[in-house]
Design a protein. Structure first.
Length: 353
């Protein structure tokens, strides 16, 4: 989950800031926007003088249409606690737009009351819709929404049963009659029971779901070079290995990149989800020692820093001259002893022979 903040400080709902009873929401209502525009900037924009304004604009891009929700306008009575959509780089993020202990104007009311207001006030958020046909985007935003719900459940002591859609809230007489986001879920054969089950999975990982001996908080030596923004992301980003800490374990054996690592060692830049088998407990034998004769594994063409190797390097006999970053990086040379070095390589890219 990428949780960021841009309060809608000019929105009348924020200005009134009616506190929830007990300073705590009673549950969660999930919405989707009913408009084909997945960009967060459509709804979320900082105003002049707002904290972190430039950083938020850099992240989201500028809304040139003046139709965002951070404004006070006659007849405009809409505000929610968060939006989930894409930033300017096309990455899925969550923006918290109203304090979680302030009532929002998200779902209107029904014959039995409203989840907007006390005593039933809930956290409500909008998922930005696209054309509702793109399964990759659907997977990404739903996973983000479920992670956000799990975060709120842990923070406020909810179970997944305290989560409903606007559609369900309307049927319960606690909101206006809308059908979001159930119609979107249905396009991909899903429903709110599926959504809640996914949140439940996040809250209570089954013990046999975690065949590894690893747990959150473990210090490990990461020997890979790619991390991902989510546990099932298709595309990764380059990073440098080294010592890191496990900060989350997400459905091992079921997700593509189940382990979230955060760098702790010098030079290491991993901060994202990584594959199983790309790290080992700190202190375990790393497999390489100064003096070892090594070569690149088939297909390796880049150095640890990402630079491209000259064409002869992948075929060359090399010697380990220094073991660095806890064993993740090796300084290698064509010479066993002379002060001549070829470069720094990832230990995971090398093999002894
Ligand atoms: Zn709605």
């Amino acid at each position: 989950m990428q949780l960021k903040q841009c309060y809608l400080i000019e929105n009348d709902c924020y200005k009134q800031s009616v506190k929830m009873d007990g300073g705590k929401p009673k549950g969660i209502v999930v919405h989707s926007t009913a408009a084909n525009n997945k960009t967060l900037k459509r709804y979320v924009q900082p105003v002049e003088g707002q904290e972190n304004r430039q950083a938020i604009l850099d992240d989201l891009g500028k809304n040139g249409n003046g139709n965002h929700w951070n404004q006070s306008k006659a007849g405009f009575q809409k505000c929610v606690h968060a939006f989930i959509g894409v930033n300017a780089a096309g990455e899925v993020e969550t923006y918290n737009t109203l304090p979680f202990d302030v009532v929002c104007w998200g779902c209107s009311s029904g014959k039995n009351g409203s989840y907007n207001y006390n005593p039933n006030a809930r956290v409500q958020f909008e998922i930005c819709e696209d054309d509702l046909q793109d399964e990759t985007y659907f997977d990404a935003v739903m996973r983000e929404a479920q992670a956000f719900c799990a975060y709120l459940c842990k923070r406020y002591g909810f179970t997944e049963q305290e989560i409903c859609s606007h559609n369900e809230a309307g049927k319960a007489g606690m909101a206006s009659t809308h059908t979001d986001p159930d119609y979107w879920l249905a396009n991909f054969g899903k429903d709110m029971d599926w959504f809640r089950q996914c949140v439940r999975d996040l809250l209570t990982p089954e013990s046999d779901d975690n065949p590894s001996a690893f747990k959150v908080g473990d210090r490990v030596l990461y020997t890979g070079n790619v991390h991902y923004r989510s546990a099932n992301a298709a595309t990764g980003y380059e990073c440098v290995g080294g010592e890191a800490e496990i900060t989350e374990i997400y459905r091992p054996g079921k997700s593509k990149h189940p382990y979230h690592l955060r760098h702790t060692g010098e030079g290491c830049t991993v901060f994202g989800y990584v594959d199983a088998g790309t790290f080992a407990p700190v202190g375990s034998p790393v497999g390489f020692a100064v003096g070892d004769r090594v070569r690149c594994k088939p297909g390796v063409t880049t150095y640890a820093g990402g630079g491209r190797m000259a064409s002869w390097v992948p075929k060359a006999t090399l010697y380990v001259r220094a073991v660095e970053q806890g064993g993740a990086v090796l300084l290698v040379s064509t010479e066993p002893t002379k002060a001549v070095y070829t470069g720094r390589v990832r230990a995971a890219d090398m093999e002894k022979f």
